[in-house]
Design a protein around this ligand. Structure first.
Ligand code: G
Ligand code: G
Ligand code: MN
Ligand code: NA
Length: 251
């Protein structure tokens, strides 16, 4: 069967589920958030990354359904767990959604129906979204933030965010892409990451480093002034319960 058919079946048979990666706050030495990632139980999608089937879903006009089921499952997970005060759950949304002027209303309706506060969720938008930056997209981001949701710019540094965009962007958080973090042995990569940290600080964005796999990477990023981390050093994608219990490994 085609990937598109498999996605359709997975939606109708409720075969999608979420796994979670903890976000570790080094200053408090505790998990203060998590990122939800989509997975499938179905025979045909189980082996595939969302990186493969999300673009197929976008082309087939199925992405709205997927994003909404992800949101519903994420909100249910928030209700089912005892979360620390200030805990935020991050959800990936397709860049395509931000072309829809009713997107924020749908998020608002889902939050109300679940009885979850908007400040409990963060919506991650990937940088490719800004290939063509236009007012309509900025407007949707502003609406989401007006609801009280946080907005994060994912995969930062890999794509299209120019300095011009950065200064007028409506986001709360920037996530340094893991391709930079795993090249920190390279002095040039270090300079680039250092300047990302400086820009984030100067523009007052919260900064998360992704793909942290070693204590060396963690310590170096901390020395630059980055305090929030995600990566296999803490946990692979797992249940929210296990993600909440993740700790920094001992040296
Ligand atoms: O862990 P992983 O292989 O799940 O993620 C691969 C890519 O798929 C990442 O770029 C991630 O942002 C994206 N992705 C993961 N889960 C979701 C989701 O629920 N919705 C969307 N739109 N993208 C997702
Ligand atoms: O693009 P986005 O940041 O949403 O992608 C999330 C993807 O990154 C998931 O596929 C997740 O499994 C992967 N990921 C997260 N942390 C690490 C890490 O430390 N190492 C590697 N190799 N992949 C990671
Ligand atoms: Mn992400
Ligand atoms: Na990323």
């Amino acid at each position: 069967a085609s990937v598109e058919q498999a996605v359709r079946r997975c939606i109708s048979e409720d075969d999608f589920y979420l796994v979670f990666m903890p976000l570790y706050d080094a200053r408090r030495d505790r998990v203060m958030g998590a990122e939800a990632l989509l997975r499938s139980n179905s025979e045909s999608l189980r082996q595939l990354s969302p990186e493969v089937y999300i673009p197929v879903a976008e082309k087939a006009n199925l992405i709205q359904e997927i994003d909404m089921l992800v949101l519903r499952k994420a909100l249910a997970a928030i209700k089912q767990h005892e979360l620390p005060e200030g805990f935020v759950l991050s959800i990936n949304i397709s860049a395509q959604e931000l072309l829809d002027s009713e997107f924020a209303q749908r998020i608002d309706a889902a939050l109300r129906s679940a009885g979850v506060s908007a400040s409990s969720i963060c919506l991650e938008v990937t940088e490719t979204f800004f290939v063509h930056m236009d007012e309509a997209k900025v407007e949707v981001l502003d609406q989401l933030r007006a609801l009280g949701c946080l907005v994060s710019l994912d995969d930062f540094g890999t794509g299209y965010t120019s300095f011009a965009h950065l200064q007028r962007l409506s986001v709360d958080e920037i996530k340094i892409d893991r391709s930079f973090v795993n090249r920190l042995n390279d002095p040039k990569a270090r300079v680039v990451v250092e300047s990302m940290v400086n820009i984030a600080q100067a523009l007052d964005y919260k900064l998360v480093a992704e793909g942290v796999e070693t204590l060396e990477q963690l310590d170096y990023l901390r020395s630059l002034g980055c305090h929030c981390f995600q990566g296999f050093l803490f946990s692979e994608p797992t249940t929210l319960k296990k993600a909440l219990a993740a700790r920094k490994p001992a040296t």
